[in-house]
Design a protein around this ligand. Structure first.
Ligand code: URA
Ligand code: CA
Length: 442
C-alpha cells in the first residue's frame, strides 16, 4: 500500500477502505509516513469529506493506536461527560458530585486548559493539596468507594489523534466534522467510558459558531458512539456568552460551590441539571429526564451534592475546608469593578474575548509551560438581555498586576455589545441528539 495512492484516491473524492485508513493511521503514528503526506490527506479529507463508515474506521484506528483504559473493575455503568470547550464552563465540578451522589460512578479523566478555554484540573488546583496523580488502581478504588474520581490524562490515549490534531491545527484542517468527531470520540472511548454525554457548544465562544453545524457534529459523534457500542447522547447548548458569571480558576470553583449549595447562576444550574439528567438515564438510574431531574434537584437541596464535593477533594489530598470557607481560596491584590459610558440592553458578549481577557490576567496558559495564577479572573455582572444603567458596573476584574488589569478591562468592555433595543435572554439548551434522532427545543 502506498500513501501516495491513498492521497490521490481521496483527492478524487473516492471512499477509503478500512485497510487504507488503518494503514495511514498506524504508519503515521510510528513515524513512517511523513507529516507532509498526511497534511495533504487531511486537506483532501477536508474538501472531499468522509462518509460515516470512514469516520468510524478512523475513530477505531485512533483508539487502537494507544492504550485503552480498562475500567471494568468499577461497578455500574461508567458515564463520561465531554464538553467541546467553552468559557467559564465549570460544569464538571458540579455534575461530577451530583451524579456520583445519585449513585452513578463518575470516572473522569480531565485535562488542563490551553488557550482561551479552561481545564477542570487547573480549577481543582485551587484546593490546596489537591492532586490528580494516582495509579489507575487507586483511581478505580476511589470510584468504587465514593463513586467519583478525577484523574489526569496520563495514559497514552489515542496518540494518533494527538499527532493528527497537532498537524491539523497548523494546516487549517481542524474544522471538518468527521475529523473533530473522530478526534473527540477516540479519546473518550479509549478512556474507558461505557456511555457518553456530550455537551456540544454553539456560538461565539465555541468551535461551531452556527447551530446547524453543531447539530451535525453532535449527530456524527452520536453515530460513532452507537457504532462502537457506547450509548451516546449529545446536548447542543449555547456558548454565545460565558456560562455563569465567573471566569478564572478559583472564581469558578467558588461559583461551582454556590451552585452545589443551590445558589448558583440560573444558566449554569440549568445546564448541570440537564446534562446530569442524561447521565442518570444512561447510567440506568432514571427512566426519563423528568425523573432524573427531580433526583438531582433533591441532591442539591439536601446538601448531598456539596458533601460529595468535599469527599472528592479529601480523597485526592485537597483541603475540603475551603468549601465552607471560600475566603481560603487564592486572593488577589486588585479587585476593580468596570463600567462603560453606554447604557442599554446587553445584546451580545463575545465569549472568546472574555476568555482571552482572563488569559491576559494569568488565569490560563499561553503555552503548555505557563504558570497559572489561580486567583485572577473576571466576574460578569451583566448577561445577554440585562439592562445596564449609565455608569453601572458590567463586570469586576480580579488581578495581581495593574497593567494586565488595564488590558483585561478594555478587552471586557470591548466584548460587550450594548444597544438601545430590548434583547431577549439566550435560549440555553438548543436540542438533543440521541441514537433515535434529533429533537430541537425552542
Ligand atoms: N477537540 C478535539 O479534541 N479535537 C478536535 O478535532 C477538535 C476539538
Ligand atoms: Ca462560570
Amino acid at each position: 500500500m502506498r500513501m501516495y495512492d491513498i492521497i490521490m484516491k481521496k483527492r478524487e473524492g473516492e471512499e477509503l477502505t478500512t485497510e487504507e485508513i488503518n494503514f495511514f493511521v498506524e504508519e503515521y503514528t510510528k513515524g513512517v509516513i511523513p507529516d507532509y503526506q498526511v497534511s495533504a490527506l487531511m486537506m483532501a479529507i477536508y474538501f472531499q469529506r468522509m462518509n460515516k463508515r470512514e469516520t468510524v474506521d478512523l475513530t477505531k484506528a485512533m483508539i487502537e493506536s494507544g492504550d485503552i483504559i480498562d475500567l471494568s473493575a468499577i461497578e455500574g455503568v461508567k458515564v463520561d461527560k465531554h464538553s467541546t470547550g467553552g468559557v467559564g464552563d465549570t460544569t464538571t465540578l458540579i455534575l461530577g458530585p451530583i451524579v456520583a451522589a445519585a449513585g452513578v460512578p463518575v470516572a473522569k479523566m480531565s485535562g488542563r486548559g490551553l488557550g482561551h478555554t479552561g481545564g477542570t484540573i487547573d480549577k481543582l488546583d485551587a484546593f490546596k493539596g489537591f492532586s490528580v496523580d494516582m495509579a489507575i488502581d487507586k483511581f478505580i478504588e476511589n470510584v468504587n468507594r465514593t463513586k467519583i474520581a478525577i484523574g489526569g490524562q496520563t495514559a497514552n490515549l489515542a496518540p494518533a489523534d494527538k499527532k493528527l490534531y497537532g498537524l491539523r491545527d497548523v494546516t487549517a484542517t481542524v474544522d471538518n466534522i468527521s475529523l473533530i468527531a473522530g478526534s473527540i470520540m477516540s479519546k473518550k472511548i479509549a478512556s474507558g467510558a461505557d456511555a457518553i454525554v456530550l455537551d456540544v457548544k454553539t456560538g461565539s465562544g465555541a468551535f461551531m459558531k452556527d447551530e446547524d453545524s453543531a447539530f451535525k457534529l453532535a449527530q456524527e459523534m452520536v453515530d460513532i458512539g452507537t457504532n462502537v457500542g457506547r450509548n451516546t447522547i449529545a446536548v447542543i447548548t449555547d456558548m454565545d456568552q460565558p456560562l455563569g458569571y465567573a471566569v478564572g480558576n478559583a472564581l469558578e470553583v467558588k461559583e461551582a460551590i454556590d451552585t452545589l449549595k443551590g445558589k448558583g447562576p440560573d444558566d449554569l444550574t440549568e445546564l448541570c441539571l440537564s446534562l446530569g439528567s442524561y447521565m442518570l438515564i444512561l447510567g440506568g438510574r432514571a427512566g426519563n429526564p423528568k425523573e432524573a431531574r427531580k433526583i438531582l434537584e433533591d441532591i442539591i437541596l439536601s446538601g448531598k451534592g456539596i458533601k460529595k464535593l468535599k469527599e472528592l477533594v479529601e480523597a485526592q489530598g485537597g483541603d475540603s475546608t475551603y468549601v465552607d470557607n471560600p475566603s481560603l481560596f487564592d486572593r488577589v491584590a486588585i479587585v476593580e469593578p468596570i463600567s462603560t459610558s453606554e447604557a442599554g440592553f446587553v445584546k451580545s458578549i463575545k465569549a472568546d474575548d472574555i476568555g482571552r481577557a482572563a488569559l491576559v490576567l494569568g488565569a490560563g496558559r499561553e503555552t503548555k509551560e505557563s504558570e497559572i495564577d489561580l486567583g485572577v479572573g473576571i466576574v460578569l455582572h451583566k448577561k445577554i438581555g440585562d439592562f445596564v444603567k449609565p455608569g453601572e458596573s458590567i463586570a469586576t476584574i480580579y488581578a495581581n498586576d495593574p497593567s494586565k488589569q488595564k488590558i483585561a478591562a478594555e478587552m471586557v468592555i470591548g466584548a460587550y455589545n450594548i444597544t438601545s433595543e430590548e434583547t431577549k435572554p439566550r435560549h440555553l439548551i438548543k436540542g438533543v441528539v440521541t441514537k433515535n434522532g434529533i429533537e430541537r427545543f425552542g
